[in-house]
Design a protein around this ligand. Sequence first.
Ligand code: ATP
Ligand code: MG
Ligand code: MG
Ligand code: MG
Length: 566
Amino acid sequence: MQKMRQQFFFSPTMRDIPQGADVPSHQLMLRAGLIRQTAAGIYSYLPLGIKVLKNIEKIIREEMNKAGAQEMLMPAIQPSELWEESGRLDDYGPELMRLKDRHDRDFVLGPTHEEVITSLVRDHITSYKKLPVTLYQIQTKYRDERRPRFGVLRSREFLMKDAYSFDKDKEGLDTNYEAMYRAYENIFSRCELDFRAVEADAGAIGGKGGTHEFMVLSKIGEDTIAYSDGSNYAANIEIAAVPDVYEKAEEPENQIEDIDTPNMKTIDELTEGLKVKKEQLLKSVLFIVDDSPVLVVCRGDHEVNEIKVVNALDARDVRMAEDTEVKEIMGAEAGFIGPVRAPESITILADNAVKTITAGICGANERDKHLRFVHPDRDFSIEQYGDFRLVQEGDPSPDGKGTICFAEGIEVGHVFKLGTKYSEALGAEFLDENGRSQPMIMGCYGIGVSRMIAAIIEQNHDENGLIWPKSVTPFDLHLLVLNPKQEDQLELGEKLYQDLQDEGFDVLYDDRKERAGVKFNDSDLMGLPVRITCGKKANEGIVEVKLRRDGSMKEVHVDELFSYLH
Ligand code: ATP
Ligand code: MG
Ligand code: MG
Ligand code: MG
């Protein structure tokens, strides 16, 4: 509990919609004084904001601890060698923030902690007797997002809860995964979020069915969910395609085929020319520009974090070609922000003329002119492509129960069966019951703690401001003295301020000498669940109690106030 007179409360509010804030949560977090931007995608949390963050953290800690995970804290700064060992130093792409120390040694600012945790566990667990173990932290992450936006929803520095499980066998991983999944359901339910767990794209790592995203339903969400109205089926649209799409997508050889252009390079030759790994090229689209194929290569590990345009004939980087220069890649933000999605159009400078090519009109999406294993509609927009057909609204659900509906979602959590990718790369092995050395089987589990605030706000606001769910509200009550110059009002206000705190309530006390209208507006904007106003009837011991969510008001005598509030 915190004593807080609003007169001294560092919570600068704004009347107008701040420039550059496009979604309600971003606007309201600025207007109500929860955050301020320090640099693009980098925010300071003001007292009101940090209180909400702490409340969310508390819920997360309780549920993680209950699920048997152990809290720890790892550093934000990580030596680059660890990332070299895992092979991700290059794979991660420009989202990885890099720095050097005074001795010219290379470091990264951690976007995630698989490397650090795996090396720690590797050094200290050598026997099956010490497994399983699940460790977690709530820690600041850094991702140099191509387009940070929507405030804390997609920022470059953000708070994440990340957990990692280590098991001796697959069954153990399944059990741990299940425990984390349940913990996530509890966390998001306790934060009163309307969410769905959806099957997600395992990308380059992890097997089928080995990953779920927790999506908060919201029309500003950057992901699309396909769900059934007649069952629990729900999947990210990325994978909600007819089943043979994933079958094909997992085949190892990846080739450009069926394009009747002579001298077409194979993916193998291309990757060599580009010095990237084959699996990183899975999300690529072919555009035909003036009869020459141009490949838009979306690089990434399990998601796109870099886009390159190359001449598909000779694997030249178009940027480096003499007469061709990439000016702009339009629509590519979607690929960086939401699930993997390749650019909708590209603008290139060829023969000194600017040409914009849209995926739909440049011929790339014609039958037989595409890369095999590109996911339709994720990598390019197309309704039907041969065997590949994406689930449409109104289709029967793949489980045969109900029909498919679409909804937009904000990814607030992600659980992932990693398997042995990191334990093998970093040599995290243990001796099993038979004395044989085995790589540990890992899972990883993330929650965007700061993103959750924005997600909660997206689902809990009206035109006047925030409406906090009780479980995360920064204060329980907003106590207002309408006119502090009136002695009876001030006296009652001061007494209630004390009594309510003694009763265990966390109270924000508006004792400012402001007009009533300003106070009411600020109160609605801040959105505490209950507002108690000491006004004209203070001399009779009567206050007005307003519930923020439904706007209902009631006059209550102070003698009945506590029983009314409980
Ligand atoms: P996204 O698809 O939105 O880019 P992600 O899949 O890259 O997210 P994960 O690697 O799964 O993110 O990280 C775990 C969680 O961290 C995400 O589910 C999300 O809630 C949160 N998160 C990821 N990137 C950001 C960001 N830039 N700003 C705030 N939260 C983020
Ligand atoms: Mg991302
Ligand atoms: Mg994602
Ligand atoms: Mg994710």
